[in-house]
Ligand binder design. Structure first.
Ligand code: MV4
Length: 482
């Protein structure tokens, strides 16, 4: 542990070190707390909507990605504009312990956990070791990065095939390989190592027992500076494509109640014991026999926090700010009630009919759904031009209802209302999911998309309808010589 001392101060102005929908989300939280906001933007984001929503906004003249990563420049700007704190959002600098430490050293509150905790959980092997010591179940595997192939094969042999190789400093499935038999081990290890080295600068790879067809369940945690730790329940994030989450659900409609209770108890206890502070998410794999295993911890606000907000009524971003300025959690675990079910759909500018190739260009028509139990966190508007530099998520649609059946019906209705024209989106995929009988029954694992995709009809029917409406409107206008 480093000797870095953090501090508290009243937060009156926040620099938002991010872009897109999450920048808007943070600005909204600040406004409701009467906190001023400073946005930063790249040249490519000059016309992004969050830039207009902030009280002040500053161009970072750099390349499109680097603008959000140059932390000396960003902290400098925070000081110049008299901000008390920086909120990092997700991605970019959010899990960079050097950045968090630099903020504190420059007198700026980092709205997030202590840099030591970011560093600890950023090292997946160290995180696993720590969690095992705290009594959290983990999968058998190697305690050291693989350096000697012979020793590694011996470990794989002991735990039994299939095994999975994972990058110790990785993420997003990069540097990950499933090894089904010893003959493949060496080649797969080498490719995992090279990929990890290329993407993360460190080639450290470790071994773990592979779980076939798991569910991905994560527990949202919240902790203040005084040792009060609570959980906000679980999310089922099994529905992913190429390690990108597509649909996230709170609460799990099918997970056994005893297993849930055990996950909550284990997670809260572990976070109390490590002295964790602010919000975090503990990810588990749950196997077909309902055994659960810790895999990693995210020390940031997550994209899918919206569904937890909907079932608990707690504003997670406001809580992050309150915790950072030294407030005590104003409630106990028993004051938190989880009510109903919520589903988040990530609307991505990508073409499901062209292997999900990213779409760029102008949105020519945009209408977002509304009505009871519907929340939209969007980054776009009509005539917005999607730049090619960033990830493809343009909006999150989150729906809530009292029962699982009701929330699925509401999701179907809300997805059908959503109109995005000009660029292909994954809306046809999302609409197919909410009509799938296994999804409706709450039956899904991490293999869901790969299994279902070939059976889905991904024609954009609403686009056809829109074209028809436009054609008729045009014909009428022509007839009346408008
Ligand atoms: C696993 C696994 C099976 N066994 N680890 C994928 C991303 C990273 N967070 C961990 N991942 C997995 N780790 C063991 N020991 C299967 C996956 C996995 C997965 C996990 C969650 C959601 C989707 C997934 C898709 C493929 C593989």
């Amino acid at each position: 542990m480093s000797k870095l001392k953090t501090f508290t101060k009243e937060i009156k102005k926040v620099l938002v070190a991010n872009r897109g929908e999450i920048a808007t989300r943070i600005i909204r939280a600040c406004k409701e707390l009467d906190i001023k906001t400073v946005a930063i933007y790249s040249e490519a984001d000059a016309k992004s909507i969050y830039v207009k929503k902030a009280d002040e906004a500053y161009l970072i003249p750099s390349d499109p990605i680097q603008a959000y990563l140059n932390y000396f420049r960003i902290v400098d700007l925070a000081k110049q504009t008299k901000c008390d704190a920086i909120h990092p959002g997700y991605g970019f600098l959010s899990e960079n312990p050097e950045f968090a430490e630099y903020c504190w050293k420059q007198g700026i509150v980092f709205i997030g956990p202590h840099p030591d905790h970011i560093a600890l959980f950023g090292d997946k092997m160290a995180a696993k070791k720590k969690m095992r010591e705290l009594g959290v179940p983990v999968l058998p595997g190697s305690d050291e990065p693989i350096s000697d192939i012979k020793k590694a094969k011996k470990i794989a042999d002991e735990i039994g095939y299939p095994v999975i190789l994972k990058a110790a400093f990785g993420g997003g499935g990069r540097g990950m390989r499933i090894v089904r038999e010893e003959s493949e081990f060496e080649d797969l290890f080498k490719s995992a190592f090279n990929e990890a080295k290329k993407f993360f600068g460190r080639g450290d790879v470790f071994i773990e027992k592979y779980v076939e067809n798991p569910r991905h369940i994560e527990i949202q945690i919240m902790a203040d500076k005084y040792g009060n730790v609570v959980h906000l329940g679980e999310r089922d994030c099994s529905i992913q494509r190429r390690h990108q989450k597509v649909v996230e659900i709170a609460r799990s409609p099918t997970l056994n109640e005893d297993v849930k209770r055990e996950l909550y108890r284990t997670s809260v206890k572990a976070m109390f014991k490590v002295g964790y502070e602010n919000v975090g998410t503990i990810e588990y794999l749950v196997d077909e026999k309902d055994n659960f295993y810790f895999i990693e911890m995210n020390t940031r606000l997550q994209v899918e926090h919206t569904v937890t907000e909907m079932v608990t009524g707690i504003d997670i971003v406001q809580q992050m700010i309150k915790i950072a300025q030294g407030e005590k959690l104003g409630f106990l675990q028993e004051d938190i009630t989880m009510r109903g079910y919520a589903i988040e759909f990530r609307v991505n500018a990508e073409d499901p009919k062209r292997n999900f190739a990213p779409s760029v260009g102008a949105i020519t028509s945009y209408h977002s759904p509304g009505g009871p139990g519907v929340r939209v966190d969007a980054a776009v508007y009509k005539d917005y031009v999607i730049p090619p530099y960033y990830d493809s998520m343009i909006a999150k649609l989150s729906v809530w209802a009292l029962t699982w059946d009701q929330v699925v019906n509401r999701a179907r209705r809300a997805l059908d209302e959503f109109i995005v024209r000009g660029v292909p989106t994954n809306l046809p995929l999302l609409r197919a999911i909410v009509r799938d009988e296994d999804f409706i029954k709450g039956k899904f694992t991490t293999r869901y998309i790969e299994e279902k995709l070939p059976t889905f009809n991904l024609e954009d029917k609403t686009a056809d309808l829109e074209d028809l409406v436009a054609a008729i409107a045009g014909a009428i206008a022509a007839y009346h010589k408008i």
